[in-house]
Write a protein that binds this ligand. Structure first.
Ligand SMILES: Nc1ncnc2c1ncn2[C@@H]1O[C@H](COP(=O)(O)OP(=O)(O)OP(=O)(O)O)[C@@H](O)[C@H]1O
Ligand SMILES: [Mg+2]
Length: 384
């Protein structure tokens, strides 16, 4: 996939707008944002999960002339296929069973602002043609209506899928693909910009410490080196979750390399002198498993807190929108607030079993726990 070609003169002077990053790549992205934000161009943001695509979408919206209007975030992957068109374009009363009222779709709600369509690769083929029509001339039909409507919406789309390959396999329309990719921001994975890691870690660690009333005493150079050498398959999200786990479980103590190592998955890319060291050198298998489960739970909790924060933001901004206010709105996500640790563990295991289609060995591997522990948990939660 190709990114927009932009001339860069003084990347070190670029303001970052909520995007933390000191690497040349992130500074370039900040500059691209400066150039594209004032326009109404459709932007496609690509990159692995957790690299910060949504952070970038927000930065574009907030630097645009639409910033006083809402940015509506829609996750195409989270909306059931059958209702996606009515969600996006709205529907008329009686247009399908259960449509007892007419309803505005997200495009209408975003009128004058920005629509952030996340996971665009998940948009069903049948909806893609209608989506293209809005991109081309701002026109769409509500489900059950033959009267074209117009909106003034700036679209930002994101995906972690390879749209070009989806197109070659007939899963993504070529016309939409070419329309979208005319301005692409490719966000590199964290492992390709290790210079961003120390600053990101510090910001996340201080934030978690502040929120939890912990006093954070800092991190050693050796520990930072370890973080820089890790390959971060979950990218910035994983770094954020790891920072949270470290601050909470280590209770804010000064972090040395040995403390940090425990929070990285086994597939690390370590500096030469650190290689070949087992992750849990002196711990019993049981203890190591308990820590792994706890860490997976904390990671899940981090994601849930993120969702919860997004939902709170959505609620507030929807209220504000009704009163003519501004800011991002998130739609199409599940509500996971008020969940207990036990429930999370239950869900985590049920989810792994579903994904492995009941294959316990695969599920255990995915959860990074032994099959024995998995059997015990399956019994405990009645998942047989
Ligand atoms: N450059 C950054 N500065 C500050 N925080 C960041 C940055 N990049 C990512 N984050 C944080 O990392 C987490 C994941 O970011 P985000 O949701 O934007 O990723 P994404 O690419 O949209 O992931 P996904 O593909 O899974 O939706 C969020 O908590 C976000 O605040
Ligand atoms: Mg995202």
């Amino acid at each position: 996939m190709q990114s927009a070609t932009v001339k860069l003169d003084q990347p070190e002077n670029v303001p970052m707008k909520g995007i933390i990053g000191e690497s040349v790549q992130m500074r370039k992205i900040a500059e691209v944002i400066d150039q594209v934000a004032p326009t109404d161009m459709t932007v496609l943001i690509t990159g692995e999960s957790g690299v910060g695509k949504e952070v970038i979408a927000k930065a574009i919206h907030m630097s645009s002339k639409r910033s006083s209007r809402p940015m509506i975030t829609v996750n195409s992957g989270a909306i059931p296929e059958g209702i996606i068109e009515s969600e996006l374009f709205g529907h008329e009363r009686g247009s399908f069973t259960g449509a007892s009222d007419q309803r505005k779709g997200y495009f209408e709600l975003a009128d004058g602002g920005t629509l952030f369509l996340d996971e665009i690769g998940e948009l069903p083929l049948s909806s893609q043609v209608k989506f293209l029509r809005v991109l081309e001339n701002g026109e769409f039909l509500r489900v059950g209506s033959s009267v074209p409507r117009h909106v003034n919406v700036r679209v930002i789309a994101a995906t972690n899928r390879d749209l070009e390959s989806a197109m070659r396999h007939g899963m993504f329309r070529a016309d939409l693909f070419y329309r979208l990719r005319s301005f692409t921001i490719v966000v590199p994975p964290l492992r390709e910009r290790p210079e961003d890691i120390p600053f990101l870690f510090r910001v996340f660690a201080e934030e978690v410490a502040r929120k939890n009333g912990i006093s954070y005493r800092g991190i050693s150079d050796g520990a930072i080196e370890l973080l820089r050498g890790y390959n971060w398959p979950g990218n910035v999200r994983e770094l954020r979750n790891a920072a949270e786990s470290m601050i909470i479980l280590e209770k804010g103590k000064y972090l040395e390399a040995d403390d940090v190592r425990k929070y990285l998955r086994a597939n690390t890319v370590l500096p030469a002198d650190e290689r070949n060291l087992p992750v849990h050198v002196s711990k019993s298998v049981e203890q190591a498993e308990r820590e792994l489960i706890l860490r997976a739970l904390l990671e899940l909790k981090g994601n849930i807190m993120e969702l919860k924060a997004m939902l709170d933001e959505q609620r507030q901004t929807l209220d504000a929108t009704r009163r003519g206010g501004q800011g991002p709105v998130v739609l199409g996500g599940p509500d996971d607030s008020g969940i207990s640790l036990e429930e999370m563990e239950h869900r985590l295991i049920a989810d792994a079993l579903a994904r492995s289609k009941g294959n316990r060995r695969m599920a255990a591997r995915a959860l990074n726990i032994s099959e024995r522990t998995l059997y015990r948990k399956i019994k405990e939660y009645g998942l047989e």
